[in-house]
Ligand binder design. Sequence first.
Ligand code: NAD
Length: 270
Amino acid sequence: MNNSSQPLANQVAIVTGASSGIGAAVAKALAAAGAAVAVNYSGHAEGADDVVQSIEQAGGRAFSVHADVSREDQVQAMFAQTIERYGTVHILVANAGLQQDANFLDMSLAQWQKVIDVNLTGQFLCAREAAREFVRRGVQPAISKAAGKIICMSSVHEVIPWAGHVNYAASKGGVMLLMKSMAQELAPHRIRVNSIGPGAIATPINQEARDTPEEERDLLRLIPYGRIGEPEDIARVAAWLASDEADYITGTTIFADGGMLLYPGFESGG
Ligand code: NAD
């Protein structure tokens, strides 16, 4: 039964791209809140196994599951394995994502396609499987007020244009209307769909952009709050958004960005 320290007790979550960075922190936070977690990875298993181990050491439940989120058959197999193990799924955090940066004039179709396939089509495939399971099972009032919760990992770049990264910005802009349209269509089934829009969070995805003090200083200029975010800043939002505390929230993006969307370039009046 749910209680205040374990608001996700008796729930099952799938977190994609959970072997590193934000996904790993989200998996740990959901487990600490009481959920059994499927820790998805697409490359080597080690990172995901480490996350599972750390969850188990803290007294939680988790297992690692392989799937390339851009492959329909692998996504369906991931859901089947999770349901076989834990009975159902209540929470999806569609977090897997990547960058393949290039100036627009030089961007190859392969770079464009790879980012759209993983960041946008991957979210569609995972969300569709999750929604099918939520609708099949319906609301279990003793477990959660909602039949299911879908959290899309978006970015401030669902609204901020990003030169040199048009594939990434287009994928996250796509996630915004994918999320809102799903929220509209699925609300009658008591399924909540929301996004988290992180700003700059210290993870492997942006290691290069933080590698030198000059680059880090340039990045900090974009963040009024004066610090780069930590994966746990995002994980706390995910755990809350998945809980019944957020039961009336659907179809929105919660930005956790230290004020990046305040357009600090205009702070002196433009
Ligand atoms: P990360 O590189 O540590 O994590 C991305 C994860 O996705 C990795 O574990 C990777 O293995 C996995 N992945 C990549 N392709 C996959 C595929 N085809 N199938 C399954 N998994 C796959 O970086 P991160 O910063 O933790 O990124 C997580 C999410 O947060 C991404 O969607 C990213 O766009 C978003 N985000 C990150 C930041 C940031 O500043 N770090 C800001 C905004 C949004």
